[in-house]
Design a protein around this ligand. Structure first.
Ligand code: MLT
Length: 203
């Protein structure tokens, strides 16, 4: 397996949740959130493989909010390959949904765009546009992809105009997008958790 991770078994009928922590976090960070979203789900929680002065991340950045796009693509593919291997190892053929916060939401967003063969659903908290709209590696047809995005109106780290461009890109390629807004900043609110829970159940 290409990524260190934690696996928590769950019920076969519940979707696998792929938990992707934010910068400086780890595999345990989103377990409480996952339990609120879907208590019976198996959990697959890898650790970000990139170190930024000791803080785990999913891809390199040049400055805050300025991404190394080549690394974003490499790492999104690494995550996709990890998911394929983990599904086989833990015998997880069912629906799989990524749940990411901040940098973890950004790598999940990139994986939705680049590897729809592996990832078709994601709940993204405090995410932004992870790749340039002009990237030729982005899949042309994302029909069948479902994304939930929750963003704060006061989020200085994931500015709304970047989020809006990401939503537009997903919709332009036929993905189904649910956009949730809250009055706060770079955070997960209880209203966002409830909206994500409704979205998860609404297939
Ligand atoms: C990122 O680098 O993905 C975003 O700026 C959010 C973060 O600080 O992790």
């Amino acid at each position: 397996m290409t990524l260190d991770h934690k696996f928590v078994a769950g019920e076969d009928g519940a979707p696998v949740l792929l938990l992707l922590h934010g910068t400086g976090g780890g595999p345990d960070d989103l377990i409480g959130l996952a339990r609120l979203l879907s208590p019976a789900s198996p959990l697959l929680a890898p650790a970000g493989p990139v170190s930024e002065h000791g803080a785990a991340r999913w891809f390199r950045r040049l400055a805050e909010g300025v991404f190394d796009y080549d690394d974003v693509a490499v790492r999104a593919n690494q995550l996709a390959d990890f998911v394929l291997a983990a599904r086989e190892r833990y015998e997880l053929p069912q629906r799989l949904v990524a749940v990411g916060f901040s940098n973890g939401a950004n790598v999940a967003g990139a994986t939705l765009l680049l590897r729809p063969d592996v990832l078709r659903e994601a709940a993204l908290f405090s995410s932004m546009l992870p790749l340039p709209e002009t990237s030729e590696a982005i899949a042309e047809d994302l029909s069948g992809t479902r994304a939930f995005l929750s963003n704060g109106l006061q989020d200085g780290m994931a500015p709304l105009d970047s989020t809006e461009r990401f939503v537009d890109l997903l919709r332009a390629r036929s993905a189904e997008v649910t956009s949730h807004r809250h009055p706060g900043g770079h955070q997960i609110t209880m209203a966002a958790v409830q909206a994500a829970k409704d979205w998860l159940a609404g297939v």
